[in-house]
Each structure stands twice: as structure tokens, then as C-alpha cells.
Design a binder for this molecule. Structure first.
Ligand code: JA8
Length: 237
């Protein structure tokens, strides 16, 4: 998979060279390219923003650098891969990102992340991007960040670890929170008694069916307590 990131703060993404995703880049599974939006400006101050038409607070990202960046980064994708690129703009006004979104996006050949700053990007950029690829405005949740960079990092990590070969043991992906619509069961390791807290005895029983049943109950109970919104509606009897 190829991922391009367009940002005015490319060094935010230095952390993606660490650990699992760093390995995936070395092995060639992931081709991650981080670019500086200002490289597509032509004035001596490398300007990427301007005042909003109609007035209002703050600044808006100018369309011209974005247009040139998308031309350079995204227009050759169909010929190269047979697939249109997916162009993601993190936005608190977008659809909410979930594990299902990450699964879907992990099958794409080429994803481009456009990281907005200030009060946002000139709206015409989204229309133009849609002429090149599939545009998605995606939110991590109902809160506002100072720009799309941190949201992009989170999405790259969630998507990247689902690419086959990135996580060493694919078994470890299936029992995680959200993969089956429930929160994860609790985990324990040695010692079997720690500061007056014993490990639940069923886990020491060797009875694999009983362990599986207990873990399932724990998943359902935790989800009911912490995230009832994830459970199907209770039907009146
Ligand atoms: C923001 Br500015 C800006 C750009 C993207 C995002 S995603 C999020 N939660 N906040 C702010």
C-alpha cells in the first residue's frame, strides 16, 4: 500500500518510522511518503493561507497549493495501480472513523491524506479532489484538533496494522476490541496472586470451553457497562 501525507508540519509524522509501521516500510509492505504543502507554493513566503471571503475569524487554506499537490501526488494512481486513489481529509465535520472504516481502507492501493490547518481548506479543493479519486471527510470523534495531522497519524496506525504482514501474528488481530463489535476481555499474566488480587480461577483451570465462555461473558458485561451504545437495542419482552 502507498500512503501520501500532505501537511505543513511533515515532522509530525517522524513517529511513524518507529516500531511496527517502521518495519513495514523497510520490508516494502508500506510505502509512506510525507510531503510539505509549502513545496507547492511559488511566492517567497511560501503562503498557504488567506482571509475568508464573507469575513469571519481566522484564515482559510488557499486552493492553489492543494491543487498542485494533488496533481503531483494522486493523478498517476489509476494508471499505476488500476484503482483510483482514496483521498482523505480529516475533519470534525466528517463521518466517524471506526474499526470497520480502518478495515475498508486497509484494502486500498493508494491513500492520500490532506491535513488541513487554520479554519479549514477552501471548499473547492474537495470538489477538485473528487475528480481525481474517492474523497472521504473523516473525523476521529466529536472534538476539535488544531489540524488534521494527529488524526492522520491515528488513522495510518489503525489502517497500517491491518495490512497483511504488518502485525506478525494475525491471530492477535481477531480478538481485539471492536473487531467483533464488543470490547476486549480482560487479560492477566503471572504472578497468579498480585497485591491481594488473584487471577480469576477459571483462567487457571485448563478448561478451554469454560475459559472461552467466561471471556465472552466478560466482553458482553464490559460492553454493557462502558459502551452500551455498541450493543443491539434491548427488545421489550
Ligand atoms: C480538526 Br483545522 C482541523 C483539521 C482537521 C481536524 S480533525 C479534528 N478532529 N479537528 C481540525
Amino acid at each position: 500500500m502507498r500512503i501520501d501525507v500532505i501537511s505543513i508540519f511533515p515532522s509530525y509524522f517522524d513517529g511513524l518510522t518507529l516500531s511496527l509501521l517502521g518495519k513495514a516500510q523497510h520490508s516494502g509492505i508500506l510505502d509512506l511518503r510525507v510531503r510539505d504543502l509549502r513545496d507547492w507554493t511559488h511566492d517567497r513566503h511560501r503562503t498557504v493561507d488567506d482571509t475568508p471571503y464573507g469575513g469571519g475569524a481566522g484564515m482559510v487554506m488557499k486552493p492553489e497549493p492543494w491543487g498542485e499537490a494533488l496533481d503531483d501526488v494522486a493523478t498517476s494512481t489509476v494508471e499505476a495501480t488500476g484503482q483510483r486513489p482514496t483521498i482523505i481529509f480529516p475533519s470534525p465535520a466528517g463521518e466517524v472513523f471506526t474499526q470497520a472504516t480502518a478495515r475498508d481502507l486497509s484494502t486500498r492501493e493508494h491513500i492520500v491524506f490532506g491535513c488541513g490547518r487554520y479554519e479549514g481548506i477552501d471548499e473547492r479543493v474537495f470538489e477538485y479532489a473528487a475528480s481525481i479519486g474517492e474523497v472521504r471527510l473523516i473525523s476521529l470523534g466529536d472534538y476539535v484538533l488544531n489540524g488534521g495531522e494527529v488524526a492522520t497519524m491515528a488513522m495510518i496506525e489503525a489502517i497500517g496494522r491491518l495490512i497483511p504482514g504488518v502485525v506478525g501474528n494475525p491471530e492477535s488481530l481477531v480478538e481485539e476490541s471492536h473487531e467483533d463489535g464488543l470490547l476486549e476481555y480482560p487479560s492477566y499474566t503471572k504472578p497468579s496472586n498480585w497485591r491481594d488480587q488473584p487471577v480469576p480461577p477459571v483462567l487457571l483451570s485448563g478448561n478451554h470451553a469454560a475459559i472461552a465462555a467466561w471471556r465472552r461473558e466478560q466482553q458482553i458485561e464490559r460492553t454493557r457497562r462502558r459502551r452500551p451504545d455498541l450493543l443491539p437495542e434491548e427488545t421489550a419482552l
